[in-house]
Ligand binder design. Structure first.
Ligand code: SAH
Ligand code: SF4
Length: 431
């Protein structure tokens, strides 16, 4: 979502004739868009600004703006601690960027805007075309969260759940398709809680699937509790909907899930996966796990390992629990840091083995790859298969924007390497 926001911040700044630069030393305005989900985010802000300060020691100071969830959470403190910052803008206020930059240019006082005015934000953003020209583009459809998992800052930094209107979403999607997008990833902190006047995520996906140029649709991140029957059915009925579902579970222990306020059990989660597999047996899953949540015993950790083995996630993102000020879990007794670290190593080793076992099964098999870009200095093309696996192939033909059938030759944890196949027999696909 930060990538979507950064693109939109750029769209807004273009109105003031700013253009993107890769060189920090050239910049007139430096916008640092931040994430606050785990610790060290705030330190990173000070560190990055320190770097800019050093670079501009003997030059005219650029405008420095901190946006995103660190800005939301720290607000005034950032401005007081780091005088080099001109403005802090929360994630629901960045539509005011134009005014803010104008004010800073006129040397008005420091600015702190951390209101939750999501309606106003999207009303303003709708007036400006989304200029993303990526083959695979993001579209924020929903923001905020009402779930209040006890470890998580999102309800406090992004605010309450809000769904954008179907009309503005379809218009933005058509713009993206006209710009060349072939794949749309619908974004939301709780994307499957999307509900605009009774129109649900599945309805939106049906509508988007009618846009001719859009060939693939994904969505992230879902909460297990919001996975309604209509969305499960959408996976059976909409061919453009990709068969990888990111479904964070956080823990394999009911005791820990309860302490986290996750609102579902392990059994419910497994049953949901069973239902999704039933409507499409080719569906695969990825997940997020928190390791070392307060109160996690060896047995609770074993339960998480057990779930990891049982579902065979093709990607598992695991993080040591990070205490966030202001969240209820911050007051609980923490698991010993060394124990948590040891558990994380064990967990990630196991997750990687499962991932590699899955990947090896892809070798010498065909895959459908949507190509997104080309390496600068050779004829290697980068794309993704239906399961979002990165694939690289060599080709003399320009593949960008096309879905091609590729034979996967080999690969590692991060990338699969393939070769172009002129014709792949259906029989081979079925295998
Ligand atoms: N809304 C999504 C996740 C959003 S946050 C959901 O409910 O699943 C993305 C991921 O960051 C979470 O899935 C969780 O695994 C991780 N995360 C969030 N807060 C965390 C914390 N305090 N410590 C460690 N990981 C955290
Ligand atoms: Fe955070 Fe997701 Fe829980 Fe909401 S549902 S509080 S975003 S982890």
């Amino acid at each position: 979502m930060n990538e979507y926001d950064s693109n939109r911040i750029y769209d807004l700044s273009k109105k003031l004739n700013y253009i993107k630069t890769d060189n920090v030393e050239d910049t007139d305005c430096y916008v640092l868009n931040t994430c606050h989900i785990r610790e060290k985010a705030t330190e990173k802000v000070y560190h990055d600004i320190g770097r800019v300060k050093k670079e501009f020691r003997n030059k005219k100071k650029p405008i420095v703006i901190v946006t995103g969830c660190v800005a939301q959470a720290e607000g005034e403190v950032l401005l007081e601690k780091e005088k080099y910052i001109d403005a802090v803008i929360g994630p629901q206020s960045y539509h005011l960027l134009e005014k803010i930059i104008k004010n800073i240019e006129k040397k008005f006082k420091k600015i702190n805007i951390t209101e939750f005015d999501v309606i106003d934000k999207f009303d303003n953003l709708n007036l400006i075309k989304n200029s993303s020209t990526n083959i695979s583009s993001f579209l924020t459809i929903q923001e905020g969260c009402d779930k209040f998992c006890k470890f998580c800052v999102v309800p406090y930094t992004r605010g309450p759940e809000f769904s954008r209107s179907i009309n503005e979403l379809l218009n933005e999607c058509i713009d993206l398709a006209n710009n060349g997008a072939k794949e749309i990833t619908l974004l939301g902190q709780n994307v499957n809680a999307f509900n605009y006047c009774g129109i649900k995520l599945s309805d939106l996906i049906y509508e988007i699937s009618k846009i001719k140029n859009i060939q693939r649709i994904r969505y992230t991140t879902s909460h297990p509790i919001d996975f309604s029957k209509d969305l499960i059915d959408a996976h059976a009925n909409i061919k453009k909907l990709m068969p990888l579902i990111h479904l964070p579970v956080q823990s394999g222990s009911n005791k820990i899930l309860n302490k986290m306020n996750r609102k579902h059990t392990v059994e419910y989660y497994i049953d949901l996966i069973r239902k999704l597999k039933k409507v499409n047996p080719l569906t695969r899953f990825s997940s997020d796990f928190i390791i070392g949540y307060p109160g996690e015993t060896d047995q609770d950790f074993e339960d998480s390992l057990h779930l990891l083995n049982e579902i065979e996630f093709i990607n598992s993102f695991s993080f040591i629990y990070s205490s966030r000020a202001g969240t209820p879990a911050a007051k609980l007794e923490q698991v010993d840091e060394n124990i948590a670290k040891k558990r994380l190593v064990i967990f990630q080793k196991r997750a990687n083995e499962i991932k590699m076992r899955y990947r090896k099964k892809l070798f010498n098999k065909p895959a459908k790859v949507l190509f997104e870009n080309k390496a600068k200095d050779n004829n290697k093309y980068f794309g993704r298969d239906e399961y979002f696996n990165s694939v690289i192939v060599k080709s003399d033909q320009n593949l960008i924007g096309q879905i091609k059938e590729v034979k996967i030759l080999n690969g590692n944890q991060n990338t699969l390497f393939g070769e172009m196949k002129q014709k792949i027999k259906n029989k081979e696909f079925a295998a």
